[in-house]
Design a protein around this ligand. Structure first.
Ligand code: HEM
Length: 409
């Protein structure tokens, strides 16, 4: 079995020889050895997807399909997969060696595989071991808070133009995340914080690509990606545009690195990875480098998710948390041993998040500097007064969240 995505609410493991391409692999016939595991109704599951239901509804269905609470259910997603809802069991599996529990094998033609390439996030075996070894030192050296501080100051300047007016904090933090990752990963200015009226080129392009990659039906039925739909043609041209953009930045960075007069000019992640690869006598192609820094994670990761999505994800299992569907950050003020045990937003084990320390540092800088400058208020009649409305996508994502920033005297 192998891991699809680690999320403390439910972790999916792929059953061997059960990927969709296998002719015996039928929606209504799971492998015999899985007979003892309750099955999630494919009919209900597909109905939720067809009605554009979001992850919340899928998770509810998964929980309801396990009436005896054995902590496991099986479901047909790109083949038969087992969802583990028992946190202790999930943690023990995540702590296993990466060879015992490799990552979910995605069919090569689905948009997710095309977007993520053969990068560290989804690769396996020796290729992953090598990438992790090369990337780890580079991630450690970008821990200095200078870039986060510089970008947060730009963010504060932008907010100063929107004082006392409701602004969508998700779109703002997405911009800030891109700005920081652009500088962190490539020493490149994405110009994401110049103005709120103009949508940054990269964000636009990324959002369009992610919308395709996140489309549930095209994930469940991979063959649909090979049909001559206009949407598939558009997806290919968007990916080409994305690649061209990233390859150009990488080329510029390589050139600048070769001309750098001292080490202090090469403190970004890309420079670190190239140097570290040099020590390992490994020559990265631009394609491999494009797959590596994963700027493309901004919708799942980055500040946007640290402030909202990941908290929602990790606390929404009612077997573990009181008021599981409610956004109650106060529950973490005085964490109990149990809270800490059940809270693994960055996953654990050999495949845990490589950006964890960076992300924690970034959150502290951004939150501290923002709170030093602004009081943050809820607009009257805010849509998210009692609960955060979620987008109907495969990955949990909040809808727009308007907040008012008021200047501190
Ligand atoms: C709050 C923000 C973040 C959260 C909640 C988060 C969470 C996670 C989780 C749960 C995983 C495991 C995924 C799986 O098993 O399928 C992961 C992996 C990873 N994350 Fe993060 N992450 C965050 C920010 C970042 C950032 C900012 C970066 C990079 C700049 C990053 C880089 C990575 C990488 C490279 C992996 C793959 C590690 C491997 O497979 O060896 N993450 N992250």
């Amino acid at each position: 079995m192998s891991d699809l995505m680690s999320n403390p609410m439910s972790i999916a493991f792929q059953c061997p020889n059960s990927i969709g391409a296998n002719p015996e692999d039928k929606i209504n016939k799971s492998p015999k050895e899985l007979d003892f595991i309750p099955t999630v109704s494919s009919f209900k599951y597909i109905s939720i997807l067809l009605s554009n239901g979001g992850q919340h509804e899928i998770q509810k269905l998964i929980r309801e399909s396990d009436p005896n609470k054995i902590g496991l259910v099986k479901i047909f997603t790109l083949g038969w997969t087992i969802h583990i809802t028992d946190i202790e069991y999930a943690k023990s599996l995540l702590s296993e060696s990466e060879h015992t529990i490799p990552k979910f094998e995605l069919p090569p033609k689905i948009p997710f595989s095309i977007v993520f390439g053969n990068g560290i996030l989804i690769s396996n075996g020796d290729h992953w071991v090598r990438q992790r070894k090369i990337a780890s030192p580079a991630f450690n050296r970008v821990l200095c808070p200078d870039i986060a501080t510089e970008c947060t100051n730009e963010f504060i300047m932008l907010l100063n133009k929107w004082i006392d007016t409701p602004v969508d904090v998700l779109s703002l933090t997405k911009r800030l995340t891109i700005q920081i990752l652009g500088k962190l990963a490539f020493a490149y200015d994405m110009k994401a914080l110049d103005s709120l009226e103009e949508r940054p080129y990269f964000l636009n392009l990324f959002d369009k690509i992610f919308k395709h990659a996140n489309s549930p039906l095209f994930i469940i039925f991979p063959f649909m990606n090979s049909l001559p739909f206009e949407r598939n043609i558009e997806f290919s041209s968007l990916v080409k545009e994305f690649d061209d953009f990233i390859f150009k930045i990488i080329e510029q960075r390589r050139l600048k690195m070769s001309k750098a007069k001292n080490e202090n000019e090469n403190t970004d992640l890309l420079a670190g990875i190239l140097e570290s690869a040099n020590h390992e006598e490994y020559n990265y192609t631009n394609k491999e480098l494009r797959d590596k820094p994963k700027i493309s994670n901004i919708n799942n990761y980055g500040i946007t998710s640290s402030l909202s999505t990941s908290k929602l994800i990790s606390t929404s299992n009612p077997n573990i948390w009181n008021d599981a569907d409610k956004f109650i950050p106060e529950r973490f003020i005085n964490p109990t041993k149990e809270t800490k045990n059940n809270w693994i937003p960055f996953s654990i084990g050999p495949r845990n998040c490589l950006g964890r320390n960076f992300s924690m540092m970034e959150q502290k800088v951004v939150i501290a500097l923002t709170l030093l400058n602004f009081e943050i208020l809820l607009p009257p009649n805010a849509q998210h007064l009692d609960e955060i409305p979620l987008k109907k996508t495969f990955v949990l994502q909040p809808k727009k969240i308007d907040l008012i920033f008021s200047k501190l005297k």
